[in-house]
Design a protein around this ligand. Sequence first.
Ligand code: ATP
Ligand code: MG
Length: 442
Amino acid sequence: MALLVKKPKGTADVVPSKSYMWHTVEKIVSESAQQFGFKEIRVPTFEDTGLFVRSVGETTDVVQKEMYTVTAAGDSQFTLRPEGTAGVMRAMLENGVMNEGFPQKVYYILSCFRHENVQAGRLREFHQFGCEMVGSASPRADAEVIALAKSVLDRLGLQNIVLNINSIGCPECREKYRQALKEYFEPHRDELCRTCQERLDKNPMRLLDCKSAEDQAIAKDAPAILDYLCDDCKAHFEKLKQYLTQMGIGYSVNPRIVRGLDYYTRTVFEFITTEIGAQGTVCGGGRYDGLIEQLGGAKTPALGFGMGLERLLLVMQKQGCDFIEEKTCDLYIATMGENAVNKALSMTSALRDEGFFVEYDLVERGLKPQMKYADKIGAKFVIVLGDNEIESGSAKLKNMATGEQTDITLGEKLTEQFSQAMLNEMFSGFEDEVGGIIGKDE
Ligand code: ATP
Ligand code: MG
């Protein structure tokens, strides 16, 4: 097949046979967030470019290299969101959500766009599940947000994911640290990659985030931010560690974590797996106490995290995690002739009104291909309708798993009879299970 147009590099299609995997993840992440009192927020796919430049930060990779910026005739400049937090904060401010009492807790599932070097787990359109909590400066909030992320990962069934935490301090302690970093890296200036040479002048903390192996080797002995924290930031970090321990959440302190976006303050954290290669960060987050003010709101502490859904799915598949199976067809009505089709239509409507999953022949095929189709879609029951059945007003209901056939009348009582057959079917599975367990005990 010579397809004329293919999908853009770094994007992915979800084919119908795989969508149940996404549904599983979306269901688990939203239910977990709701259980922690977070409510869903939805925001536009594109925002004013200025929003991201202001919030994500001018010296970040995202703003410097990765944004998809679009202009339409006569319009201003827009950017496809590279992350969720900025737009969500903008929306909360614009809609007065911040005036409704603290803490405000929101979650979202959305697509993000970054012009990146495409690799496994690194796409140009990817999806994030994110949570944000606004209005608490307390380390309890940090612990709670991390606990939510951990709970999500556990419920997805993921194993061997480690939590790394760090504090990058407040603007005050950070200034001293920046100075120390500059002094440390300056003698190595010529050995650094070109981007890092620029970072050295503009934002030396970004050097610690560089993915190049040579730069990482140089950064190995760089001063650690934790030695530069002011008393308040230190106390905040100590409390967080205490709360995490209290909640039974294991962590390692990793002073190399600075996170890729500029707006973070104090706590930063990542959940990392080594099982899907280099792109092992499945969740990244932290506190951003300055962001809301930077966007024109009142000074308000806040924090959150983002999880890459594609990366979560990669690990889940690798680790053989369970996915929630999609519902399958309860009843397929095979038809022979126009009278049967008419009957099938009214039966289908009545059964669907009762909540059953019903299909019938839409392609005008013979009985054999219809039965094959019913088998392929995993229909639990099949009824074959022909002129004889219409005339006699009764048909055979075939249980596809057991091959068992029962008589069913086609009149008004049809849905009742079918409900009973479905119940029997469910109950027979249950009986087997109970029987099995009793058998074992004896
Ligand atoms: P990385 O260091 O891997 O580039 P990041 O610091 O840029 O990650 P964040 O901006 O914190 O990532 O985004 C949160 C999460 O979104 C990441 O932890 C990751 O799981 C996921 N993510 C980020 N970029 C991509 C991408 N290009 N493709 C797929 N998932 C991504
Ligand atoms: Mg990145």
